[in-house]
Design a protein around this ligand. Structure first.
Ligand SMILES: Cc1cc2nc3c(=O)[nH]c(=O)nc-3n(C[C@H](O)[C@H](O)[C@H](O)COP(=O)(O)OP(=O)(O)OC[C@H]3O[C@@H](n4cnc5c(N)ncnc54)[C@H](O)[C@@H]3O)c2cc1C
Length: 459
């Protein structure tokens, strides 16, 4: 319980303007982007690593629960304050400290948004490859903590593949560094990986050394329309089987296509069962050949139309459609629960079909998009929060979806994390031994369990 005495101590660390305790502020920070709602007792905005360390010392001394938080775009309940305590919002730590174009790295504070980093490095001929659709708001610290992916994941990988080192404040307040920030390049052991995807349960990431990627010479964007999900899925497998690794390979189903078209009025094929959005990048000479092969595959798989973006404006239009999917669904129902299962790529059509059937079985609208190249599906289950009976059906449908994904040798989460949402299902995916190992690591780092307790692992 955060009494007056502790609030005074907190104010002495961050200053009175960096702490909120009013009812309305606590209500605002009770949410992330999942359906879970839990109010913190105080919302605190540290501006330096030293302040974070002091707060964690206080947390240890007085057993105050702390939940680190970036932009709160988490979709699995990771950023809500399950046990009250402090919501530690890191968005004021938002400086890009260094961009090194020779070594192709950038050193950033945790609260830099993904988009601001992209904007800073783009004019220098680089990109930060992980590009979650939430990039306008989501922080790099949040990206690391969730190991965020994005539409470029099929070629460039996910956040963990682009992190070279971290500065982390451990529970108790000790400041440590990992990877290239600890010992330069090429030395082991590199403990960076254990914080990647740890969902704020192992330590608070304060600085990140990221790898930058040189912008490709050219890119080509295409859209293919199909009258069946199966044919679209087969086209995905055929492209990969040819040894082509597209930068992005996204699929949208009929509900998603219609929602996006209603919103943006782009003249999308409203009767199509599936649309594939694809981009390839690299050197001009190789790209021409790849486009020929892909067009041939689309013909073989009976795409009803294939369109190539002629210029940057057309390319932007296609990606705007993909990025607007989540928001566009708000026109159909006020809320959605988005699932994040992955299945082996060859199972993609089967899983897409299964989700369509589930939609009928539970009488709910499910709009689907998927990072098809990675086998990572995002069924959006739409509901009205004022209709508890509908929400119950959405929950049951969700459970059936990820149980089926696991039966297909898939995973509970591809990029959105376990958080609170998938915690009860961890045993379906992991053996007792493996869960016990995770718990031992958690307890070794956070003996008193003050950091984001109740997420990912039952302790
Ligand atoms: C519209 C929309 C689209 C999205 N698209 C994608 C997508 O394409 N790909 C994808 O992977 N995800 C996506 N997400 C999910 C989400 O944006 C990502 O997980 C993102 O990385 C979270 O960043 P954040 O700054 O909002 O973190 P938060 O939501 O604030 O926190 C996420 C988790 O990280 C922990 N955390 C945050 N900062 C730190 C830190 N500095 N140190 C330790 N722990 C920390 C929190 O405790 C929490 O458990 C989407 C979400 C929305 C709402």
């Amino acid at each position: 319980m955060l009494d007056k005495h502790l609030l005074v101590k907190l104010k002495s660390i961050v200053g009175k303007e960096d702490i909120l305790t009013s009812k309305i502020s606590r209500e605002v920070y009770a949410y992330d982007s999942s359906p879970f709602i839990h109010e913190p007792e105080a919302v605190v905005f540290p501006e330096t690593t030293a302040e974070v360390a002091e707060i964690l010392k206080l947390s240890e001394a007085y057993s105050i629960p702390v939940v680190p938080r970036g932009a709160g775009t988490c979709l699995s309940g990771g950023a809500v304050s399950l046990y009250g305590g402090i919501s530690l919002v890191l968005t004021k730590m938002d400086k890009i400290l260094d961009i090194d174009t020779v070594n192709e790295t950038a050193l950033v504070e945790t609260g830099v948004t993904n988009l601001n980093l992209q904007k800073a490095v783009e004019p220098l001929g680089f990109m930060f490859a992980p590009d979650p659709a939430s990039q306008k708001a989501a922080t790099i610290g949040g990206n690391v903590a969730e190991c965020a992916g994005g539409i470029r994941g099929v070629k460039y990988g996910v956040t963990k593949d682009h992190v070279l080192g971290l500065e982390v404040v451990l529970p108790g307040g000790e400041i440590v560094t990992t990877g290239a920030l600890a010992s330069g390049y090429g030395f082991i052991p590199d403990l960076t990986g254990i914080f990647s995807g740890s969902e704020g349960t192992f330590g608070i990431i304060t600085k990140i050394l990221v790898k930058l990627t040189v912008m490709p010479e050219t890119m080509r964007t295409m859209m293919a329309v199909f009258d069946s999900l199966d044919k679209a899925g087969e086209a995905v497998s055929a492209i990969i089987a040819k040894g082509i690794v597209p930068t992005t390979l996204e699929i949208m189903d009929k509900s998603m296509i219609r929602a996006v078209d209603d919103f943006l009025k782009l003249g999308f094929p409203r009767d199509a069962e599936a649309v594939l959005l694809l981009e390839v990048d690299g050197y001009e000479v190789e790209i021409d050949r790849q486009v020929d092969v892909i067009e041939e595959i689309f013909r073989e798989k009976k795409a009803s139309s294939v369109q190539s973006a002629k210029d940057r404006t057309e390319r932007e239009k296609l990606w705007l459609a993909r990025r607007s999917g989540n928001g566009a669904l708000g026109r159909i129902k006020p809320a959605y629960m988005v699932q994040d299962i992955t299945v082996p790529r060859h199972r993609l059509p089967q899983m897409l079909r299964f989700v369509s059937d589930i939609s009928k079985k539970y009488d709910i609208t499910i709009a689907q998009m998927a990072h098809a190249g990675d086998g990572n599906l995002h069924p959006h289950l739409l509901y009205d929060p004022d209709d508890p009976e509908e929400f119950e059906r959405v929950e049951e449908a969700s459970h059936e979806i990820f149980e089926t994904a696991l039966k297909m040798d898939g995973t509970l989460t591809g990029e959105h994390g376990i958080g609170l949402e998938k915690l009860p299902f961890m045993k379906l995916q992991f053996s007792e031994k493996d869960i016990s190992f995770m718990k031992r690591v958690k307890k070794a780092l956070d003996t008193n369990l003050n950091l984001n307790k109740g997420k990912v692992l039952e302790l």
